[in-house]
Design a protein around this ligand. Sequence first.
Ligand code: BEZ
Ligand code: FE
Length: 281
Amino acid sequence: METASNPRIRQVAEAFVRHVHAFASEVKLTEREFEFGIDFLNRIGQATNDSHNEGILFADAIGLSTLVCLLNNGNAGATETSAALLGPFWRASSPRTDNGGTIVRSPTPGPELFVTCEFIEASGKPIAGVEVDVWQSSPIGLYENQDETQADMNLRGKFTTDAAGRFGFRSVKPAGYPVPTDGPVGDMLRAQSRHPYRPAHLHFLGFKHGYKTLITQIFVDDDTHLESDVVFGVTRALIGDYRRHDNGTPPADGVSAPWYTLEHRFVMEPGEAVLPQPPIK
Ligand code: BEZ
Ligand code: FE
């Protein structure tokens, strides 16, 4: 690699090869295990298509996605951060939705949820004009792209923060869910005796020029899997205050108890606004 002209390629490729060799030496990898590993890699590729990304799922399930996220946010890993892993279910073209509008686009039974978000700088200054994508699973734990009973783009929306850095929306409370286990990642989790569950959460992606794109998730605070998320996504800063309301005046007509509210503040860092590759179409 000495002659590779790009120094970063040289550095990354050299370290990658060194660590892979050290790994094989440490475990004294057998020829059968080597074949098994190559087949596993091939199966990850074969299981990936326009609506499913097994490669991201694999990186998530071994904690690599969260490590890369924490290395690249929070002042390069030095401080607390609002960021979390992207996951395999972001779609780039969520429907534009008015501030205060609903992201429920087909009948989706479950407790209603009213969310208010505020985007600020570390100094506390509100950030107006942030384009924010929101996506979530349904109250039975399925994203619309996994569930034929949901309309296209159900529980997805794109919002813009107002002059006070805020926007709100109406939805239903998400449920936790198992990550897809019908491919090689599922085989890996079973072989490792690990459960496949993620704690319930909402996803957010905030984009504005001059700020590092904020990709994050806000977790439901009473979920039983907060301490054992299969993809290692939970930090204290990402646990939301999902408040249950059993009485009082509902926030909109026709809402019956119990309903939930969530208010959350997101801190964006200065930096380059770059969008990730959408994992699915
Ligand atoms: C998600 O949060 O959508 C997700 C993240 C990692 C693996 C599977 C799903
Ligand atoms: Fe998710």
